[in-house]
Write a protein that binds this ligand. Structure first.
Ligand code: RAM
Length: 548
């Protein structure tokens, strides 16, 4: 019995030791995370609030020549009519705020003398673009939550009453429909949209003589950016209202040349670092409310590598060494972790678990060559950051990694005869394979021009489907000395959205398909989307190319 007891004690002790060993698997940067989250909190931006009143009553007009078949037209009625005449016979109104805004909507319902004997019910629909008011939302065919669509049913029990829509909205148009009524008359009045943004700075005027279309693109780009600048850089104020690394990178670039709210960039960099997974791999997206949390298991290797590029740009712009030093280990880990996915100096897609790679909203894009290029680009930029911090000794082998990866890319992807990069088992020729091989410095300037000219002329090449990917195309063109083409491309792609009536630039825009949406339902596209704001960065940074 005694020996049994001893055995039991020994087994228990060994189990406990094993368990403890598991428990103590260290969370990377465990001693630093609290201070990083603290710094994120300290850099919480002030929001500028503004009360916006509707500017007109409008109606939807079906028009085949308009974007997605709908345009808005003013009815010519004065807005005051709504506070004077009973809403009961009218039943419906569409208010135009005059521009896109992000914030909170309210209005009052007043009786016209008789007491309310029964409740009223309204449906409110908030739209960034006219199609959201003219496409039935149900039965809902989309892949993301139906509740992102901005329609709300409100029941008003007694009058007078102030309707305050609780959720934050992003829209230009507000449609109010009467769903249930009683015998008494009532009016709607005091419409207010409390708009919010953390874009407090003032962007500089463009040079005199800048083409009107470029001025317009810049204005809309600035508006897009300011709408997405909330308490983080959001991807879209309608949807998903959260911080993604890829969006942050492009927003921070545009912000650095316009509003210069560097605290917001700092906050986002700290938030992401503080919420990396236990091993240190960044989550591609994090939430702020009710308390900061990552979207667990949401890993995107191209995004995590861009984090280092964003930090380098931030440091270059602000000289804020303390932040760069604090967060350098995070950058280093992203690169070292990505390196474990290299096989013979090429990114190994087969080794990668089920994470996705973003690059573009194009299912048919083969991402192998783009990933190889992005990784080279990111390691090189991160190495530059190390040099700026004087800690390049820690990563002394990175230049060789870059060199070997370039060499492998040329061997594996470059078709010398055609002068073009080919990706994947089907040797796909895509815009983005060329773009990333250019940005990675794998192709010489002459080869870059040749490769880009090839895809631009090749109707069969896998083309680009989102403003996010267009950003890198324009950058690659500028890097290859194709300045005129870069200018023309920016004007034709973003200018096309302007011609189609954009108040803010869109998440996905395919000039060949106005109804394109990555989520199976075109109203679900985000029509004010962060990654679409980058003309701002190009126009200010490359003044000689764009400000004329
Ligand atoms: C979408 C977001 C965002 C993008 C990610 C990958 O859901 O709107 O812009 O970064 O996907």
């Amino acid at each position: 019995m005694k020996s049994l007891k001893i055995i039991f004690t020994l087994v228990a002790a060994s189990l406990l030791t094993q368990l403890m060993a598991q428990d103590v698997t260290p969370v990377r940067w465990a001693d630093k995370r609290a201070s990083w989250m603290q710094k994120a909190a300290e850099n919480m931006p002030q929001l500028k609030r503004q009360d916006i009143k509707p500017v007109a009553i409008v109606r939807s007009v079906a028009d085949k020549s308009a974007f997605q078949g709908w345009r808005m037209e003013q009815t010519g009625e004065p807005l005051e009519i709504l506070s004077k005449e009973s809403f009961k016979p009218r039943k419906e109104v569409i208010l135009d705020l005059g521009d896109h805004y992000t914030g909170y909507f309210s209005f009052k319902v007043l009786d016209m003398g008789l007491a309310a004997d029964a409740p009223l019910r309204f449906r409110l629909t908030f739209a960034e673009v006219p199609t959201e008011l003219n496409t039935p939302f149900d039965p809902y065919p989309g892949s993301l939550s139906r509740a992102w669509l901005q329609d709300e049913v409100i029941t008003v029990m007694r009058l007078p009453y102030e309707v305050k829509v609780e959720r934050r909205l992003a829209c230009r148009y507000v449609k109010i429909e009467l769903l249930a009524q009683s015998y008494y008359d009532f009016v709607l009045t005091d419409f207010n949209f409390r708009a919010e943004t953390s874009a407090l700075g003032q962007a500089a005027e463009l040079a005199e003589g800048t083409a009107p279309i470029i001025k317009k693109i810049n204005d809309i780009g600035l508006k897009t950016l300011s709408e997405c600048m909330q308490t983080v850089y959001e991807d879209g104020p309608k949807r998903d209202q959260r911080l993604w690394i890829g969006d942050l990178y492009l927003e921070a670039l545009a912000n650095a040349y316009s509003y210069k709210n560097h605290d917001l960039t700092r906050r986002c960099l700290y938030l992401l670092a503080g919420m990396a997974d236990e091993e240190g791999f960044l989550h591609a997206t994090v939430y702020e409310y009710p308390a900061p949390r990552p979207q667990t298991d949401q890993h995107v290797m191209d995004y995590s590598l861009l984090y280092g590029v964003a930090l380098k740009e931030y440091f270059k712009e602000t000289g804020d060494r303390a932040t760069a030093e604090d967060l350098w280990p995070v950058v280093k880990y992203q690169v070292e972790f990505a390196r474990t996915y290299l096989k013979d100096n090429v990114y190994d897609m087969d080794k990668q678990p089920s994470w996705w790679l973003v690059f573009d909203w194009k299912d048919d894009l083969n991402r192998l060559a783009p990933m190889q290029g992005l990784m080279i680009f990111a390691i090189e930029q991160s190495y530059e950051l190390a040099q700026m911090l004087g800690c390049e000794d820690e990563v002394a082998d990175w230049p060789k990694v870059v060199k070997d990866m370039r060499k492998a890319a040329r061997t594996k992807f470059y078709d010398k005869k055609l002068g073009v990069m080919k990706s994947g088992p089907d040797a796909q020729v895509s815009y983005l394979s060329q773009v990333w091989m250019i940005l990675s410095g794998t192709l010489s300037e002459k080869e870059s021009v040749r490769a880009l000219e090839y895809v631009l002329a090749d109707k069969a090449a896998c083309y680009i489907g989102s403003p996010y990917a267009y950003h890198y195309l324009i950058e690659a063109m500028i890097q290859s000395g194709m300045e005129e083409q870069a200018r023309e491309m920016l004007i034709s792609y973003w200018g096309d959205m302007v011609k189609k009536g954009a108040d803010t630039f869109w998440e996905v825009y395919d000039p060949n398909d106005d109804f394109k949406s990555p989520y199976g339902f075109h109203p679900m596209n985000s029509y004010c989307h962060a990654w679409s704001c980058t003309p701002v960065y190009f126009i200010y940074k490359y003044k000689d190319i764009f400000q004329r």
